[in-house]
Design a protein around this ligand. Sequence first.
Ligand code: HEC
Length: 682
Amino acid sequence: MFWAGLARIGFVLDRTDQDSNFARERSAKIMFYPIELNQMSQIIRAACLSVLMLSTVSAFATRVDNFVLLDQKGDAHELYYHQAAPSVTIMVQATQCADSAADIALFQQLAASKKASGHQFYLLNPSLQDDRVELAAWAETNEISTPILDDETQLISESLNARKAGEVIVLDPQTWKVTYRGGIAQANDAVDAVGTKNEIASAEYAGCPIAFPQAAKEQHAQISYGQDVAPILQDKCVVCHTEGGLGPWAMSDYNMVLGFSPMIREVLRTKRMPPWHADPHIGVWKNDIGLTAAEAQTIVHWIENGAPRGAGSDPLAETKFAQVDWPLGEPDLILDIPEYTVPASGVVDYQFPTVANPLDTGVWIKAASVKPGDREVVHHILAGTIDADTTDEQRDRLEFDNYLIGYAPGNESHTFPLDTGVYVAPGGEFLFQLHYTPVGREALDQSKIGLYFHREKPKNFYRQDVVVDPTISIPPNEARHKQVAYYEFDKPALLHDLVPHAHYRGVASKFELELADGTRETVLSVPNYDFNWQRTYEFVEPKQIAAGARLIHTTWYDNSAANSRNPDPEREVPWGLQSWDEMLYGAFSYTYVDETTEAPIHDDAFANSSKFVGFLDKDLDGKVSWRELPKQFKKRLVQGFSAVDKDGDGGLNIAEMQVLTQRMREGREREQAEKEPATGAR
Ligand code: HEC
């Protein structure tokens, strides 16, 4: 039952009754995943170090390396995702090359005729003259249905030697080698020939040339390790890639960087590192750690040129990054989260330890920081407080009275917006939810949380909530399943930050603001969501929310076998805490424009109904119709629905839902009261 979990702050991370057989069966496959990763990176690390000098262009020439690019709509595409496809065909495109229009039309026809048999087709745009908005408009006008990959750094096109609009490049996913290169006339035969003994001869292609101002090898030879490359690494990578840091290896000097250079190139091409996955075209973020296009070009061109040491000092060896215990400074209060021994393998149930609040006065918290004891096993920690009157049931359901911070790697600290805070009254307890993932050795974890207090009462409440749908169900083998829910605001507010969250099958995530007049604005898009990284995206300028506006959260799940993280594509996946289940869960924080700590205006009942309507209202028309109600509610409501539907429009809006929830709660309490004397429970 998730209902009660929606109360209060609404962190509905219910403990699901785990089917223990299922858990056991799956554990082998899933829980060893981190070990595999770990071992793999060690093996690769060893390999990298032993072939130090192989990191030259020639090593990249034989096969097309993996990449991730966003298309004109902002959707991410990964080349190696198509491993099982019979072929992948790319046509180079640039809107200024009008001559290739007829060829593009033929390419579209070819794509349409081969799609059903699993062949993949992309347009690839390396042109610096086209931006995404222009590409989207061009695609619309020309009725282009093939995704146009927007190669903004030109790095992917350079390495593919894709320099002339209209040129077709056919790849064999078995080897990732180019099997054909030339005009569209031969493309059909070339696609058919992939994986057969036939060969369609490539031909020099005389298409419309596209400018590549950064591609000249002589320029790459000018890139200095000490002056150009190392400073970028220091700025964007070393915070984690340092001794004892979060990253699996330390960028401690030139030799380490050289050894890892093929991998650095790969993680930049696939947008895996730095771990910042927001679409750079949407939103401006306080904690943006992404690379600029120029930075990515500098590093990759330097690597492709053999990663030479060059003259001068080695900044990475000379200035060491200082690891500090508490990045925000010495906390006002440090709490030891009760220690826990994580077994070497198997599935560990979520832990919900508490610590009695040691303070005898109320405090306003302005920031929190989590220090995981053993980083390898701590998957995430949620921290908040519960009042003295919290029942065991509420505690089990993780119903925080105040939510403080969600830790995951890369999300260690959170400072609330200026002059806002979370009030923690004396008494009560701090409550934690810890998710551990065994890593092949027994590990004793002793994590800590540091809290920072306001000296004076802040002006406003820092409020946090979630857009959730605990009724989700993801069909087996579906590659792009979408789930949507929303939260409607009853008062003008400022939106401060967003946290998309999903599990192994989550591949993309989006938040939009919809005004009462139906206009929508995307405020965050994470087109290649990475389960390893649970990031908070903090706006530089808080987003203004009008009364009646909705925050719509969408997540796409890949439950197909092509998703390498998917533990079981045959399974219909329900909501659940563990990573092999799924969540539609988008956390957000806000302040009310008209609220002060002297005069609170938050309406709990409204907030709960808003959330509830927000996931039941599948057609987003603002009310829950009978058809949209899940079965379990229908049964209870056969007579009640129309009684609650005061305006008689066949659907329940948020206000009507409030009445309904009140009635259901009373009903449940009555049932409970009737049961108690009979069972003698509690
Ligand atoms: C917030 C911390 C963080 C930052 C910043 C960061 N990394 Fe990483 N990096 C990690 C972690 C953790 C992993 C392993 C898990 C993963 O790949 O997601 C990793 C993995 C890697 C790997 C793969 C190594 C392996 O053994 O799998 C490379 C290469 C890498 N990072 C390079 C970089 C570069 C280059 C930058 C800067 C442009 C960077 N990282 C920034 C934390 C970070």
